[in-house]
Design a protein. Structure first.
Length: 190
């Protein structure tokens, strides 16, 4: 009898772990397919760690994708969304601003949101800076877009995306963390 219970529990654990891995993984892949093509007037660049006055590699990849997008769709304005973490000398938004200016993006295309400390706050605080719009383009790391799009829907926005590559050095760390964060977001809705 004990062996039978063990097998049932083991099977349930395997199924649970499979669902934990599979469902968020599929949502992460699906979110990347909503590719932006200049439909929305505003694009949100979600912040990531900064090192002094320099973007981390993750943030740099997001900014480089934003530059490509800005050159392709010059009518789009960008909300640079990211506050200052306790281990950062300046806000993520400020670092993004100077990076984009140095790479030829016009100042009048940039809106700074420098108070947020989470993905939910990125979107919520950015929404307060914009006129009433039906949707936005979200620019972030590929793994992060499912959660960002879910939260945008919670705030009443449609969205499409520009996916930035995840640096190889952080892939292993974010693959599990993002699945946990996605589950948390589904439960608490922020």
């Amino acid at each position: 009898m004990k062996k039978g219970k063990f097998i049932v529990v083991a099977c349930l654990l395997i199924i649970g772990m499979g669902l934990f891995w599979f469902i968020p993984g599929e949502r992460i892949k699906k979110a990347q397919q909503a590719k932006a093509e200049g439909k929305y007037e505003y694009a949100l660049i979600l912040g990531a760690k900064v090192n002094g006055e320099n973007p981390s590699l993750s943030l740099q990849y997001r900014l480089d994708e934003a530059i490509t997008y800005a050159n392709r769709y010059p009518h789009v304005k960008f909300v640079l969304s990211g506050g200052q973490g306790p281990d950062e000398d300046t806000s993520e938004a400020e670092v993004m601003y100077y990076y984009l200016i140095r790479h030829g993006i016009a100042e009048q295309q940039l809106i700074i949101e420098d108070q947020s400390t989470s993905t939910y706050e990125n979107l919520q605080y950015s929404q307060h800076l914009l006129p009433d719009v039906e949707g936005v383009t979200i620019i972030s790391s590929d793994y992060h877009l499912a959660r960002a799009r879910f939260l945008a829907r919670q705030l009443g926005w449609d969205s499409d995306v520009v996916a930035a590559k995840t640096p190889d050095m952080v892939k292993a760390k974010v693959v599990i963390r993002e699945r946990l964060a996605l589950f948390k977001t589904w439960v608490v809705r922020k």
